[in-house]
Design a protein around this ligand. Structure first.
Ligand SMILES: C[S@@+](CC[C@H](N)C(=O)[O-])C[C@H]1O[C@@H](n2cnc3c(N)ncnc32)[C@H](O)[C@@H]1O
Length: 366
């Protein structure tokens, strides 16, 4: 079994027939977006998918040494080096099926060994960039807000996990930055004046300009005119919010060097500049507060990730007519969300029980 580390060859691989390739081809050609679930070992099933056929992969592999899922599989290795090696074999196969414009989102948990936090997520991520040429665009901290019980009295509670965003090429990968933004807070009218979402009415800036000794008379006139124009944008909804930086007044948020900062040059030449907030809301940050999946309600699987974790990855990096892949789909959360967002998706899992659970979960989707 070429490509599979020696000790992994002893893991019983589920035999998958070639029809997976056919099923996948027919699925992509069809109109129906209901997920396609393929039962089998990702080591072999991924080889059956055509090269560069997937737009966005998102997955959460089993933790190392923590759980035994039905059917065995990744995570049962005797040491973490083998765990990483096995994951890397799978991720190379993911790389093969991903389009050059594609993205791979990897949620991976850490583990302690003899009280030592292993840093497994970063070990895996760095091995992927260094050995396989993946480009790491973000490391997202998934703040689970409330962690599980932690009785250790010699360390803090662990409440976060990592989600890495990888691409294959540094430029030209699909990314819809507007597909996921923070909802902008609305402007208000206070005493007849328009006030921005964060309470900026322009009155303070106007006084600062009028009283400024650091601006010339002409600069003061231009600054007032520019301020009026931007307040118009706020009141007409073209802008959600702004800050004004006036020479000699506000602390500048840029480098003083005009060589590196256009804003420094603007401040010298005009005496002011604006920081404008996007009308559709600010860009999301790399810290996501998402409560963990409530496992109380779900039987038989203890590592489902929350649906919300998949939304931003799919919205931003899978085109509307694209296809999503989860090579360790478990109960099919990635696929469930992909369907909800109108995307096709393929889920692979070696456990028949989880494939059935995932299929049942998505069957009733309209
Ligand atoms: C952490 S769970 C995924 C949970 C999933 N994100 C969800 O929301 O339900 C990891 C899954 O990987 C599967 N698995 C482990 N080794 C595998 C392999 N070699 N090929 C395919 N699936 C595998 C397990 O059966 C398990 O369901």
């Amino acid at each position: 079994m070429k490509g599979i580390p020696a000790d992994m060859q002893s893991v019983q691989l589920v035999t998958v027939a070639m029809p997976n390739r056919v099923a996948f081809g027919e699925y992509l050609a069809a109109v129906d977006c209901h997920p396609l679930f393929l039962h089998g070992d990702a080591f072999t099933v991924l080889d059956e998918l055509p090269v560069e056929s997937i737009d966005c992969a998102m997955t959460s592999p089993p933790y190392w040494g923590q759980r035994s899922y039905a059917g065995g599989g990744i995570g049962l290795e005797a040491n973490y080096e083998d765990y990483i090696a096995h994951l890397l074999v799978i991720f190379e196969k993911v790389q093969r099926v991903l389009k050059p414009t594609g993205s791979f989102w990897l949620n991976i948990g850490d583990t302690y060994l003899k009280k030592n936090l292993l840093g497994l997520p970063w070990r895996v991520a760095l091995a992927m960039t260094d050995q396989q040429g993946w480009i790491l665009r973000n490391n997202i901290v998934w703040n689970k807000v409330k962690g599980g019980p932690d009785n250790a009295n010699d360390k803090l509670r662990n409440v976060h996990e990592m989600v890495f965003h990888f691409v294959k090429t540094p430029k030209g990968y699909f990314y819809d930055v507007d597909a996921a933004r923070n909802t902008p807070r609305p402007t208000k009218v206070v005493n007849g004046a328009v006030v921005s979402a964060t309470g900026v009415s322009g009155i303070r800036y106007r006084r600062q300009i009028e009283l400024s000794t650091a601006l010339t008379g002409d600069e003061r006139k231009q600054a007032i005119a520019a301020l009026d124009a931007i307040l118009c944008d706020i009141s007409d909804g073209r802008l959600a919010d702004f800050r004004m930086i006036i020479r000699g007044q506000q602390r500048a948020t840029h480098s003083d060097s005009e060589r590196v900062s256009g804003r420094a040059r603007e401040l010298r030449e005009k005496g002011f500049y604006f920081l404008k907030y996007h009308p559709n809301g600010s860009k999301l940050s790399d810290v996501w507060d998402i409560l963990p999946e409530d496992t109380q309600k779900r039987k038989g699987h203890f590592a489902a990730y929350p649906e919300d974790l998949c939304k931003i990855p799919i919205l931003t990096t899978c085109p509307e007519d694209g296809a999503v892949l989860d090579p360790f789909c478990g109960t099919g959360t990635t696929n469930f969300v992909a369907f909800g967002l109108g995307r096709k998706s393929v889920g692979i899992d070696m456990s028949e029980q989880y494939i059935k659970a995932a299929t049942d979960r998505c069957r009733l989707l309209l």
